[in-house]
Ligand binder design. Structure first.
Ligand SMILES: [Zn+2]
Length: 435
């Protein structure tokens, strides 16, 4: 079953306050895997650890709460998103930290944030503060979800009155079309108020993060009946295990239909982040058909002895997948284009860039390429293609790549291909980082 984790925290470990590290982070097995020795987040590993748990998509939450949780800026979310484009950054505002919340909101949205979270209990302001109303207005108009930390917090200094449920109720009533998520569903002692709100307002949802999943039906007895109003989320990295939590939830919700809604469909529909866009792809059965359809354009273009069908057999693809990271472009869950990145010595290679024939000319290849470019930390990004593949060569040239004169040398150094393939291939390169 597909899982969306709607509640993932980001940030260097050192950006969290000591107290937050102690009471919350250490609960999870993830800490040794996602930070370096200087307590900085390792963006690629951070997301890989999450994806390994079977997560299809996720919501990355920054936070600006210097007096309680810490300041984990939105840039951390984008660092992770660069390698894991299906993990989507959202904005965060604190009325006591951002002197001009409206322009800060616009700044974060300009970076690419796609929803808003506020943490009143950590920032010492109220969710119904009128300073936030123009921002809620924008969110309502644009259909951007607003998430509230709705419940208690164990972080030192957190003040419970700022989590007063009636302040959330004000916003719910003042913005009848605003999509609102009550994170943690009233954790502590107002679960029944949160439950009342999701039962009575179409646009209000609960995310189940930061709670022991075995107890959820005690907190919200109508959860199964209202399965369309609950969202799976974990509070990563402060969670015993994403997969573990999901397994416990599966034991609790005995209907596959209800479980599918909570784990995936509700978040997919509410956020709308994953309907179309870039994804890391780890399923060979999704990659295989795209490569073998997209490569048909080489038929009758490249030398006959170089073309065969399937263009790439499954066994070869499996070998390639062990060495490189594959990315794809999805629409309505279907993969329409794929590419892969491989770092070889001091260069980064683009490998296997293919778009389904029926989907070519829609800009999918350029989007995949732009993603790979953001990931490159080597001086050169190189791509090899057939000398006769005029269309592919023009595509790369349009995006700033140049045909490399020393292509034989490069093909021998960075690729492992036959002399015949070297003879019939060319290399295009783009210098991205000057050393
Ligand atoms: Zn949280």
């Amino acid at each position: 079953m597909r899982i969306i984790d709607t509640h993932i925290h980001v940030g260097h470990k050192s950006e969290w306050t000591d107290r937050a590290q102690k009471v919350w982070m250490q609960t999870g097995p993830y800490i040794p895997l996602i930070y370096d020795d200087d307590q900085r987040q390792l963006p690629e590993q951070y997301g890989s650890v999450i994806k390994r748990e079977g997560v299809f998509g996720g919501v990355l939450i920054p936070e600006y709460s210097p007096l309680t949780a810490g300041v984990m800026p939105i840039e951390r979310a984008f660092e992770i998103n660069t390698f894991h484009p299906e993990l989507i950054p959202i904005a965060n505002l604190n009325l006591n930290f951002h002197s001009d919340p409206a322009s800060e909101f616009i700044r974060q949205m300009g970076l690419g944030a796609r929803a808003l979270k506020v943490h009143p209990i950590h920032g010492f302001f109220y969710a119904n503060d009128k300073a936030l109303y123009p921002i809620y207005d924008i969110c309502q108009e644009k259909g951007l979800p607003v998430l509230f930390h709705a419940g208690t917090s164990l972080f030192e200094g957190a003040k419970m009155r700022y989590s007063d449920p009636y302040t959330f109720d004000d916003v719910i009533n003042d913005f009848p079309n605003l999509k609102i998520v009550l994170c943690h569903g009233g954790r502590g002692f107002w679960y029944h108020i949160a439950e009342f709100l999701v039962k009575n307002f179409d646009n209000v949802y609960i995310d189940i993060s930061g709670l022991p999943p075995a107890n959820l039906l005690n907190y919200w007895p109508s959860m199964k009946k209202f399965a369309h109003k609950y969202l799976f989320g974990t509070d990563f990295p402060g969670v015993p295990g994403i997969g573990k939590n999901f397994d416990v939830l599966s034991g609790l919700i005995d209907s596959d239909e209800a479980l599918g809604k909570i784990a995936f469909q509700n978040a997919y529909d509410l956020y709308g982040f994953w309907n179309e866009g870039l994804f890391g792809i780890e399923d060979k059965n999704e990659i295989f058909p795209v490569i073998n359809d997209g490569s048909k354009r080489y038929k009758d273009v490249i030398p006959g002895d170089c073309y065969h069908e399937p263009y790439m057999p499954m066994g070869q693809l499996e070998g390639e997948m062990n060495r490189m990271s594959f990315y794809g472009y999805r629409k309505d869950l279907k993969v329409l284009g794929v590419t892969a990145r491989e770092k070889v010595r001091d260069a980064t290679l683009i490998r296997h860039a293919y778009v389904l024939n029926a989907e070519q000319g829609r800009g999918i290849g350029s989007k995949l390429l732009a993603l790979i470019e953001r990931q490159v930390d080597t001086e050169w990004l190189l791509v090899g293609t057939w000398k006769a593949a005029d269309r592919a060569i023009r595509f790369y040239q349009k995006l700033g790549f140049k045909l490399m004169e020393n292509k034989d040398e490069l093909l021998r150094k960075y690729w492992d291909i036959s002399d015949r393939q070297i003879e019939t291939s060319c290399v295009l390169g783009k210098r991205l980082n000057y050393k």
